[in-house]
Design a binder for this molecule. Structure first.
Ligand code: GLP
Length: 241
């Protein structure tokens, strides 16, 4: 695992955007796995700026989703599908055909999970998977004690994660209880994992993920097993390393 400490979130975003641009220049049809939350926004802004400036042609890139809420109506502005389309796909000038994600509106959720795992495989696998980290060390929506070999499946959110994500909804009660997430085993199949963490609130989780033991209690510690994992942290998130 490579740990890169940058001065601030903007520097982290710029660094990772350049890594993505390098990948897309080498492999124009690269499958880029994206994460939601506030942390990766500087990456998407920096990458979209490169596309607008003509520094990289991302017109053949493909985008796939890490996780999704279960039960939000199709088109809900906070479904992760809507978020990724709004924050990543559209700013990069791509259309929906470049995008794939799990179906959080499916009646048969386990079947939708299996179908998504298969779709990722059929698409040739994820070239670069972006990750954030939850304050409890989760990646995607793999909460503490998730199996390190898990596949895409339905999970129940912890109270902590529902509280952390309540800021995106009108009231905390609106945060769904259930989600679909790529499993830790699924995530580990990506060729390159890039985790960005910024701010003091992530310092404990980062220290446990990077320097603690490999443990299901800290899902992000699974990156220790990956042959090509990069953790980019600002000075505040690195403060407990
Ligand atoms: C959610 C997402 C994660 C993300 C986490 C942290 O739980 N499912 O993928 O890493 O939020 O979000 P933020 O970056 O806003 O702290």
């Amino acid at each position: 695992m490579e740990v890169v400490i940058v001065p601030d979130a903007a520097a982290g975003g710029a660094l990772i955007a350049e890594a993505i641009a390098t990948l897309v220049r080498r492999k124009p049809e690269a499958l880029l796995g994206v994460a939601t939350g506030s942390t990766p926004l500087p990456i998407y802004e920096a990458l979209a700026a490169k596309v607008r400036a003509g520094a990289v042609d991302a017109s053949r890139a493909r985008i796939c989703q890490l996780d999704e809420y279960v039960g939000l109506p199709a088109g809900h502005p906070e479904s992760y599908r809507s978020v990724v389309l709004r924050e990543v796909v559209e700013p990069l000038g791509l259309d929906e055909s470049a995008f794939m994600g799990p179906d959080g509106t499916a009646l048969d959720v386990p079947a939708a999970c299996t179908a998504y795992d298969e779709a990722l495989r059929e698409a040739g696998g994820v070239d670069l998977q972006l990750l954030g980290i939850g304050t409890d060390g989760h990646i995607g929506f793999n909460e503490p004690c998730s199996s390190l070999a898990s596949r895409t499946r339905i999970k129940t959110l912890t109270q902590q994660t529902r509280e952390d994500n309540a800021r995106f909804f009108d009231s905390p009660d609106e945060v769904p209880h259930h989600v679909i997430t790529q499993g830790i085993g699924t995530i580990l199949e990506a060729r390159h994992l890039v985790l960005l963490a910024t701010g003091e609130g992530k310092a404990d989780a980062v220290a446990q993920a990077v320097e603690g033991p490999l443990a299901a209690l800290v899902p992000a510690s699974a990156l220790q097993m990956h042959p090509h994992a990069t953790v980019v942290v600002d000075e505040a998130a690195a403060s407990k390393l």
